[in-house]
Design a protein around this ligand. Structure first.
Ligand code: ADP
Ligand code: MG
Length: 340
């Protein structure tokens, strides 16, 4: 329709609303991986298995051993703005789960062929719901949930055209799992592509997980961060100046267990290196910020990769000091809890 030619105002059909929402949340297979692994972790999974075909374009399947979804709630899980995670504004302000918008499954289902297979603890069997047909049937499965997403963007060819090669999409999917794996070392993760195991991280201590995911070099070339100031606690590891890289690909920041890309945190970490790193050298770090949830707003971006701090100066100062203090401590006082 051209500007100037007006139609009456109408509510958009539900399906279209979800497809519009999907535009924000589901950019590529890795976005599906991120959302489904978030859900698995929110369900208390101790093992998460990701299976991919064609870089995730043909299939993303995420299998967990978490609490499962009761049969009668399976259709509700697919509805827009339907969630078990918050029920009020108060809940939202203190949210401790990865999810809360109740949007991901509906959005993904609107641009793919999605099926939910789940079995709750105490249920005699599992149930499978096909999102497209609405068919709900008994199925076989141990406790937990599998979400299968096939043929991503099959109905939205314009989106499909933006996808890169399978290898590139696979790399993004692996990166999405890696971000979760670094946040939750006590959870085991496995990634399969085209029937081959491509990554496996067993439950471990945090330093061991950092070594497993980022390499022994990361842990050997970094010092422990341990800092507390008022309502903020910062832990993790900061690379020594010599470990800096040409690209910022080993910079991980978490806020209350959520991976974020935040200007305040990035700038604060970088500023701790201002006297020791020059030019374009990029420090490496994995920093875990814990802060009273009331002091950070996670509801600023559909993918929640950006957050807003109530007092960003306070956070900036804490991160900078945490890293500076770690870098200044004598190396001998630094012991990673790695097996000898
Ligand atoms: P949100 O995570 O924001 O609640 P989603 O659309 O991602 O929204 O999921 C909707 C609901 O479906 C969740 O609130 C949860 O109750 C249920 N759910 C989704 N995935 C799982 C899972 N892997 N295990 C258990 N419950 C799940
Ligand atoms: Mg979710």
């Amino acid at each position: 329709l051209h500007p100037g030619h007006r139609r009456p105002i109408r509510d958009l059909p539900d399906e279209l609303v979800s497809q519009i929402a999907a535009g924000e949340v589901v950019e590529r297979p890795a976005s599906v991986v991120r959302e489904l692994v978030d859900n698995a972790l929110d369900a208390g999974a101790s093992q998460v298995t990701v299976r991919l075909l064609a870089g995730g374009v043909r299939l993303v399947s995420v299998e967990d051993d978490g609490g499962g979804i009761p049969r009668d709630e399976l259709p509700i899980a697919l509805r827009r703005h339907a969630t078990s995670k918050i029920a009020s504004l108060e809940d939202l302000e203190a949210v401790g789960t990865m999810g809360f918008r109740g949007e991901a499954l509906a959005a993904i289902a609107s641009v793919s062929e999605l099926a939910l297979l789940s079995r709750c603890a105490g249920q005699p069997n599992a149930f499978r719901l096909d999102a497209r047909t609405g068919e709900l049937q008994p199925a076989a499965r141990a406790g937990g949930t599998t979400v299968e997403v096939k043929e991503l963007f099959f109905s939205t060819p314009a989106r499909r055209k933006f996808l890169k090669t399978d290898a590139t999409e696979l790399a993004h999917c692996i990166e999405a799992v890696r971000r979760h794996a670094l946040a939750r070392p006590e959870v085991g993760f496995a990634i399969w592509h085209e029937g081959k195991l491509v990554e496996q991280w067993r439950p471990a201590s945090r330093d061991q997980r950092l070594a497993d995911v980022l390499g022994d070099d990361f842990v050997e070339g970094s010092v422990a961060v341990e800092y507390a100031a008022g309502p903020i606690r910062i832990t993790g590891r900061a690379g020594v100046p010599d470990a800096a890289r040409s690209r910022p690909d080993h910079q991980f920041a978490y806020v209350n267990g959520r991976y974020v890309r935040d200007k305040v945190l990035t700038h604060a970490a970088r500023s701790a290196y201002e006297d020791v790193l020059h030019g374009q050298r990029q420090p490496v770090y994995a920093l875990y910020v814990e802060i009273d949830p009331a002091r950070v707003d996670v509801n600023v971006h559909p993918t929640k990769i950006e957050v807003r701090f109530r007092d960003s100066r306070e956070v900036h100062q804490a991160v900078r000091r945490a890293v500076e203090a770690a870098l200044a401590a004598p190396r001998s006082a630094q012991q990673a809890d790695m097996p000898a």
